[in-house]
Design a protein around this ligand. Structure first.
Ligand code: FAD
Length: 396
């Protein structure tokens, strides 16, 4: 990553390994490739290939001082298009049994992932993982199919029983409108106490993100459920219809900060000013230190002046923005050791991680590698600081 010379070919190789169907390029079947990938990217970005490895990583993360983790299962179940449809007795086309088995398999994998996190932690849920029954219905903006709804209910109940929470990952716009409708329906059903169990993701880079946040807030206020929002900037800029996304990075930054501010200040949208802001919680999922600092300052200021706000928590992806994560951990620990009670309200810091075999994590790893192309330049100030600290410890 630090060598411009190696970066381009390394990304090209990762691309081939990620998309190849050949056994030679399958890291779960090729021992040497497996070791190479684990050594270079997998161990940096992923939690582990099985329960034992994941538990060890989660324990290490918590030992550093993080107050929690978010865990997602990377396996993307791929179905042969020829196996998707079947014909029933009347001759009409239905989904094949294989499609229903995929929903079950997805539920089992998600429940297994849930069992690897603890109370207060989050489960990251990818609804598209349930296969064509979920994806087709989401794309057509239809209600949640019964088989998927039953699986989701079971997952939500298990998370609640365990004292954990869950969030729904955001997708590209072709799916996201349907996904938002489903997320609202799931929150309506399961967010019945003051603190939300289920969070939906809002992508600040979309021109429509403020209106989407307004819609979530208004519905929660009208119908009396609690609202969980995980706020991201958005990861699909290279694949999304560009006109849907803010024209500049600065506009995305402003949009992100505006939505965070609206939640933290409990501001009702203009056309719903007569309603009371609902019970709500905000999860800031960002690597942007300026956005995190702004939101935390607003949160603190409101708490110190006894103005109402919402629960605020922050998180970064494993292997990324550790300088920001560690600063958040340090602030939290400082606040805990401070005797002034008002200071104890700093947000908890989380690390978000994925687990699965090396082959199952390849799509995830490829996305991380692309996202980190500019990381070396972005974190140059950290390298300088680390070198200075090393010198101080050796010679100081
Ligand atoms: C814990 C966690 C969970 C996440 N979950 C999801 C998820 O479910 N779905 C999802 O889509 N993403 C998700 N992301 C990724 C996220 O959307 C961002 O891609 C990533 O975090 C980088 O954005 P940033 O806020 O860290 O800040 P920065 O690094 O400051 O911003 C980079 C982002 O700015 C935006 N941007 C860049 N250039 C432009 C431009 N020219 N015009 C307009 N906008 C621009 C893009 O969104 C880009 O990703 C998650 C991130 C984290 C930390």
């Amino acid at each position: 990553m630090s060598s411009k010379l190696f970066l381009k070919p390394a990304l090209a190789i990762l691309n081939v390994v990620t998309n190849s169907k050949s056994a030679l390029f399958n890291p779960d079947r090729n021992f040497v490739l497996n070791k190479l990938l684990r050594w270079t990217v997998y161990d940096h970005f992923c939690a582990g290939t099985n329960r034992e490895e994941v538990s060890k990583t989660v324990a290490e993360i918590k030992k550093i001082g993080y107050q929690g983790v978010i865990l997602g299962y990377s396996k993307e179940i791929v179905l042969d298009p020829n196996e998707k449809l079947a014909h029933d007795d009347t001759g009409s086309t239905t989904y094949s049994n294989k499609c229903y088995e995929m929903v079950e398999e997805w539920k089992k994998g998600t429940l297994e992932t849930l069992s690897m996190v603890g109370p207060g932690d989050f489960l990251a849920v990818k609804l598209t993982g349930a296969g064509p029954i979920a994806v087709d219905s989401m794309a057509d903006r239809n209600p949640i199919p019964e088989s998927v709804a039953n699986a989701v209910d079971e997952i939500c109940q298990a998370a609640k029983d365990q004292g954990s929470r869950l969030w729904l990952d955001a997708e590209q716009q072709v799916l996201q409108h349907g996904l938002d409708d489903w997320a609202i329906e799931i929150m309506r059903r399961h967010n019945r106490s003051n603190a939300p169990l289920v969070y939906n993701t809002i992508q600040g880079y979309l021109k429509g993100s403020k209106a989407n946040a307004d819609r979530h807030i208004t519905l929660a206020a009208q119908e009396g459920w609690s609202l969980g929002i995980k706020l991201v900037r958005g990861a699909y800029i290279e694949h999304e219809t560009r006109s849907l996304i803010h024209d500049t990075k600065e506009e995305t930054d402003r949009s992100y900060d505006q939505i965070a501010n609206m939640m933290l200040c409990r501001t009702m949208p203009d056309d719903a000013k007569d309603l009371k802001f609902p019970n709500a919680a905000l999860f800031l999922a960002t690597h942007n230190a300026a956005s995190a600092a702004k939101a935390i300052a607003t949160h603190q200021a409101r708490l110190l002046s006894h103005q109402p706000t919402v629960l605020l928590e922050c998180g970064q992806i494993q292997g990324m923005a550790d300088e920001l994560s560690c600063e958040l951990v340090q602030n939290y620990e400082r606040a805990l050791s401070d005797s002034s009670a008002a200071n104890v309200s700093v947000p908890k810091a989380f690390k978000c991680m994925a687990w699965g075999s090396v082959a199952e994590c390849m799509q995830y790893l490829h996305r991380r590698a692309i996202e980190n192309k500019g990381a070396v330049e972005r974190t140059q100030h950290m390298v300088t600081a680390l070198r200075q600290e090393l010198r101080r410890r050796v010679f100081g």
